[in-house]
Design a protein around this ligand. Structure first.
Ligand code: SF4
Ligand code: SF4
Length: 287
């Protein structure tokens, strides 16, 4: 089991050291919320802030979401669990952040929990990885020997549906959407400014929370994330009406991996699958 207390202590120690030495201007990690179950994204900019840092099984937020708030050249330390580290790699590949500006404080974590349901989230909504893919400092011991579950196992029921059933499934789910955009806000890969759905000239879709505007928003967002979603599951957990967005993202990620032999955010030297071309690439994407 992850020693959350040890990680929290190491997080505070390293944050203090980096801020004191002037190696970073800000530490992006988790701060105390109104109770233990509700930690918050937190930016520590001074040594006095370090005591507010926490880490426990509810620290799910993908802190890579906040990297783009800082201009290039700002030295940033960032707490990164497995999926968060994949988001960092993906953002570096997309030239939204620079690797040299970052001190990645890797967090091996097992047994993370959904704040709303208390269920363990490791394999259902996330990529099923426990150790960060990339880091400069490790805040706990690497996790080995835990059962690795395919991130795509959860798709079995969905994949058993035919096209009509899938359409009916998503139509029913999207009819619940209240267009709060929490999914977009939580997602480290949703950084377009302005987002297509906020534009008025041209106006791409109806802004009212009803079909077919909901369908347009979600299908466009799904396509924008094809080959880029790093399976952190934050969009699904942020959704107040529990739309299982992860099913669609995982399905697309699985197909991308099958077609291009690459999962998003796994290697710094990769190029995003849909902006790269190899002669041997599958043509299945055109079908
Ligand atoms: S689409 Fe969802 S699971 Fe994928 S990166 Fe964004 S928040 Fe994470
Ligand atoms: S978080 Fe849920 S309700 Fe809000 S816009 Fe996204 S899918 Fe719709």
């Amino acid at each position: 089991m992850t020693d959350f207390r040890q990680i929290e202590n190491n997080l505070k120690k390293e944050a203090k050291r980096l801020l004191e030495a002037g190696e970073v201007a800000v530490v992006l990690a988790y701060g105390r919320g109104y109770d233990e179950k509700h930690p918050m994204p937190f930016a520590a900019k001074a040594i006095a802030h370090v005591e507010s840092l926490v880490f426990n099984e509810y620290c799910n937020f993908n802190m890579a979401r906040y990297l783009m708030r800082y201009p290039w050249g700002t030295k940033i330390a960032i707490a990164a669990k497995a999926a968060d580290s994949r988001a960092i790699i993906q953002l570096v590949q997309e030239e939204k952040v620079r690797r040299e500006d970052l001190v990645i404080m890797g967090i091996p974590a097992y047994g993370m929990k959904n704040q709303k349901t208390n269920e363990v989230i490791d394999s259902k909504t996330t990529g099923g990885l426990y150790n960060p893919v990339i880091y400069d400092i490790l805040l706990g011991e690497e996790i080995h020997g835990q059962k690795i579950i395919s991130p795509y196992e959860v798709l079995a029921e969905y994949e058993a549906m035919d096209k009509e059933e899938r359409w009916a499934f998503w139509k029913k789910e999207f009819d619940k959407c209240i267009r709060c955009y929490a999914c977009r806000k939580a997602c480290p890969m949703c950084y377009c400014d302005p987002c297509f759905i906020d534009q008025n000239k041209p106006r791409w879709a109806d802004k009212a929370p009803q079909s077919p505007g909901n369908m347009m928003y979600h299908l466009t967002r799904f396509h924008h994330l094809a080959g880029r979603c790093i399976d952190c599951g934050e969009c699904s957990r942020a959704c107040p009406v529990d739309i299982p967005l992860y099913l669609f993202h995982k399905k697309v990620a699985k197909e991308c991996e099958e077609m291009f032999g690459q999962a998003a955010g796994m290697k710094l030297e990769d190029k995003p699958a849909l902006v790269d071309f190899r002669v041997e690439d599958s043509d299945k994407i055109l079908e």
